[in-house]
Design a protein around this ligand. Structure first.
Ligand SMILES: *Cc1c(COP(=O)(O)O)cnc(C)c1O
Length: 373
């Protein structure tokens, strides 16, 4: 590996990529995978059948380029989102990661900056370096919260070209109040800052949690990003999307590769969106397991953050390494997000959640968490 690293170092790589490591949650083939916040329920049979049929029909025309504007997909996504949105308000790409990358390509770049509030989604700094945009890490309070006042002051002081707000936030799981989004948007008025609210986990939020979609009217610099990777159980299909003023899509059209969404991807998304109710049927079950994890972890003496997502971030872990490894030995993989004393676990099926909790309690009984790593 060192030999390879040396060879990489000899290449004329861009300065801002030198020494970086690629995104890399471990992909380990164990029975219970609770480390990357996927929907662990298998695709419902009805949705699977619909996708196979629609992809099969699309395959007949694979000699031709796909609809460059993926019009049907945008119409279906707009209808799903509601809030009076139409196809012209929606843009899609290969996962919301690509949506975010395209936004950075259009509004960031050399000499420009993007601000995030760590701990937050680990891809943000990588998307920044990939587009040669300066990443400005903002500061949260000690309990990882972010108030409207603190966020707005920091945005005013840094005057970034782009702000990334993650709500519910990954890895902490907590949703931001809309007052934070409104304050950040206002604070960015002087600097003409584009504000992105990454709502990858919006469908898992507690009932009554408002979406930033409701703030879109009259705010042409606001973008709400969503994905089909989490609640929709389609991480493998790579479909993410955004809602914003139509001119945001016009800006992205300047940087997107032509035909970036394959005919197979479009067919998959369209078929799935014809069965939304079935597709989202497991969301409530996942929320039940999420709440169960929070209360069980509390009972076991940990300090889980309140979660509006399909995962739980918990503190009180004295020995993150031993707990992580002990779970893995039992075929359960969760996530060490690199924050001392904390781990993150995805809410899986009831059986998967039980396996995680049982093994964790076993490890505690064995004293595995009694001394630091
Ligand atoms: C999982 C996740 C995404 C989704 O990425 P895709 O590219 O759509 O699979 C986006 N943002 C956050 C914060 C996530 O955790």
């Amino acid at each position: 590996m060192n030999e390879r690293l040396n060879r990489l170092a000899n290449l004329p790589l861009r300065e801002n990529l030198q020494g970086l490591a690629p995104y890399g949650a471990p992909q380990i083939d164990v029975p219970i995978q609770l480390n990357v916040n996927e929907n662990t329920h298998p695709l419902p049979a009805e949705v699977h059948r619909a996708i196979v049929e629609e992809v099969s029909a699309a395959a007949v025309g694979l000699n031709r380029y796909p609809d460059r504007e993926f019009t049907e997909l945008r119409e279906r996504l707009a209808a799903y989102l509601g809030h009076g949105l139409a196809a012209e308000n929606v843009w899609a790409a290969n996962g919301s990661n690509e949506v975010l990358q395209q936004i950075l390509q259009a509004f960031g770049g050399p000499g420009r900056s993007v601000m995030g509030f760590p701990p937050t989604y680990s891809m943000y700094p990588l998307l920044a370096s990939g587009t040669d945009t300066t990443y400005i890490p903002g500061v949260r309070s000690a309990d990882y919260g972010l108030s409207a006042h603190d966020a707005a002051e920091q945005v005013k002081a840094a005057a970034p070209n782009i702000v990334l707000l993650c709500s519910p936030n990954n890895p902490t799981g907590t949703a931001l109040g809309l007052d934070v989004v409104e304050a950040v948007y206002e604070a960015g008025r002087a600097s003409n800052t584009v504000v992105i609210v990454d709502e990858a986990y919006a469908e898992f939020a507690h009932t009554g949690t408002p979406s930033a979609l409701s703030l879109l009217p009259g705010r042409e610099r606001l973008i709400v990003s969503r994905t089909m990777s989490k609640a929709f159980a389609l991480a493998g299909a790579r479909i993410g999307y955004l809602a914003a003023a139509p001119e945001i899509s016009d800006a992205i059209r300047l940087v997107r590769l032509p035909y970036h969404l394959s005919a197979v991807t479009q067919a998959t998304g369209n078929a799935a969106l014809k069965h939304i109710d079935t597709l989202l049927a497991n969301v409530e079950a996942i929320k039940v397991q999420r709440d169960r994890i929070v209360s069980e972890l509390t009972r076991l003496g940990f300090t889980p953050a309140s979660s509006d997502s399909n995962f739980v971030f918990f503190g009180g872990v004295k020995n993150t390494k031993a707990i992580w490894e002990g779970l893995l030995e039992a075929g359960v993989i969760i996530r060490d997000v690199g924050i001392p004393g904390h781990l993150r676990v995805t809410a899986g099926t009831e059986a998967e959640t039980t396996a995680f909790l049982v093994r964790l309690e076993e490890l505690l009984t064995q004293g595995v968490n009694n001394s630091p790593s």
